[in-house]
Design a protein around this ligand. Structure first.
Ligand SMILES: NC(=O)C1=CN([C@@H]2O[C@H](COP(=O)(O)OP(=O)(O)OC[C@H]3O[C@@H](n4cnc5c(N)ncnc54)[C@H](O)[C@@H]3O)[C@@H](O)[C@H]2O)C=CC1
Ligand SMILES: O=C(O)CCC(=O)C(=O)O
Length: 448
């Protein structure tokens, strides 16, 4: 045991003592701590100043009541959250998730990951995350609007273009951001830079909708290129059928791969000829329907209930784009048997610790979420830049910048892995590269 491992164990024990029930948050901490031991060995000053004790405690957290009235006139109450995790390198930045499972543990795990992801983008943004246990599924537009208006009535006190800039995540897309922005503007006046993912007619950026999915494929391309390989002819399993999945399917197909699957929380579709992202987009984004409808429209597709990761088919690359912990240890073993060689994470923390161990055992390359899915928040930061200069860039301009940012994230993660002799452990590389910048900023700013 080194001083570094002793220290990390102590910090971990203190966190678990304070918040024993925050299982997702503790999982994110464990994934992170496993990889930064060599950095602490090189920088004893981080131990001396209890940097890890500080970096794992959010700077601020807000929990609030969100009352609203449904279409039947019944009064509903949901819980709202915003965790401002770390502002050392810029205003807090990160999405809002509306899903019945949202609680403080989930918001904290997402906020913690966001700190290092945002640092990796190379842009001046701190990390935050928020959301509510409100479920937009099955609600009318009017109900979603009333909920968003009530949510923003409280949140507006805590956000601002130089303070904290929320965006979308699961259950929060263009419709929700529009309602949230409208209520903010009503209460505080025009401030385009207070939210990102806005509509194009009121300050949104071209390519933000596509950014996380496109960025995931640019990252995957860079990871394959390091092994003299590319996406052409590859077979890919995608999970999810939302914002990230749809544009991941589009870009993967454009780059010559065949995407075999897409899924939602009920089941998945399999099409050996390749999933058509436009059909998924129509069903999920326009009609707000179920992925099972895909098989009713595309003859070559089959619909199956259950998880896409429990379905056996030969493929090369897994792109989990649904939610946390969707790939368990058992599913990772199955993924290895099916011949997959790469897992690039569109979703946040989609692999359990057992799954990550299984990838290592089978020499499967892992593109970790904080690197592979950073394209969304990167383009959000570009949206903030455009809002500040009151200009809008072309799609090509934003897309080119996104591609460079993703290539750079891979290069920096690889360089950090090389520096510490970690081989192709790009999870450790991303954690270290993301951590370095936040650590430098915190050390320079005193005990904060
Ligand atoms: N939207 C963004 O810009 C970014 C999103 N992410 C992450 O990507 C993932 C997907 O987010 P979005 O596509 O934005 O959300 P979305 O709401 O557009 O789509 C989510 C998809 O995942 C499925 N899903 C949700 N919970 C599930 C569950 N328990 N089991 C199986 N499927 C489930 C839904 O049916 C839907 O198809 C999340 O982990 C999110 O945190 C990461 C970076 C940026
Ligand atoms: O665009 C953003 O600010 C946030 C995106 C996000 O929530 C994420 O990266 O997980």
């Amino acid at each position: 045991m080194s001083a570094a491992t002793d220290y990390l164990e102590q910090v971990r024990a203190d966190i678990a003592k304070r918040d024993p029930n925050q299982t997702e948050f503790l999982e994110a901490i464990d994934n992170f701590f496993k990889t930064i031991v060599p950095v602490l060995e090189k920088h004893p000053e981080y131990i001396k100043t209890n940097l890890l004790g500080r970096i794992t405690e959010p700077e601020r957290g807000i929990q609030f009541r969100v009352p609203w009235v449904n279409d039947n006139g019944d009064v509903q109450v949901n819980r709202g959250f915003r965790v401002q995790f770390n502002g050392a390198i810029g205003p807090y930045k990160g999405g809002l998730r509306f899903h019945p499972t949202v609680n403080l543990s989930i918001v904290k795990f997402l906020g913690f990951e966001q700190v290092f992801k945002n640092s990796l983008t190379g842009l001046p943004i701190g990390g935050g995350k928020g959301g509510s246990d409100f479920n937009p599924k099955g609600k009318s537009d009017a109900e979603v609007m009333r909920f968003c208006q009530s949510f923003m009535t409280e949140l507006q006190r805590h956000i601002g273009p130089d303070l904290d800039v929320p965006a979308g995540d699961i259950g929060v897309g263009g419709r929700e951001i529009g309602f949230l922005y409208g209520q903010y503007r009503r209460l505080k006046g025009y401030q385009a830079g207070v939210l990102t993912g806005k509509g194009l007619s009121f300050g949104g950026s071209l390519a933000r909708t596509e950014a996380t999915g496109f960025g995931l494929l640019y990252y995957t391309e860079a990871l394959l290129a390091a092994d003299n390989d590319d996406l052409n002819g590859k077979k890919i399993k995608v999970s999810g059928a939302g914002n990230v999945a749809i544009y991941a399917i589009q870009k993967a197909t454009e780059l010559g791969a065949t995407v075999l699957t897409a899924s939602d929380s009920n089941g998945f579709v399999y099409d050996p000829n390749g999933i058509d992202y436009k059909v998924v987009q129509q069903i999920k984004e326009v009609e707000r329907g179920r992925i099972s409808d895909y098989a009713k429209r595309v003859e070559t597709a089959e619909y199956h209930e259950g998880s896409v990761w429990d379905f056996d088919v030969d493929y090369d690359i897994a792109l989990p784009c649904a939610t946390q912990n969707e790939i368990t240890g058992e599913r990772a073993e199955r993924l290895a048997k099916n011949g997959a060689k790469v897992v690039a994470s569109g979703a946040n923390m989609p692999s359990t610790p057992e799954a990550v161990a299984s990838y290592k055992k089978h020499n499967i390359l892992l593109g970790p979420a904080k690197a592979a899915n950073a394209g969304g928040v990167a383009v959000s930061a570009l949206e903030m830049s455009q809002n500040s200069e009151r200009l809008g860039w072309t799609f090509e301009e934003v897309d080119n910048r996104l591609k460079k940012i993703m290539q750079n994230i891979f290069a920096e993660s690889k360089a950090a892995a090389d520096e510490y002799d970690l081989g192709k452990d790009y999870l450790a590389g991303a954690n270290i590269a993301g951590f370095n910048k936040v650590a430098d900023a915190m050390m320079a700013q005193g005990i904060i």
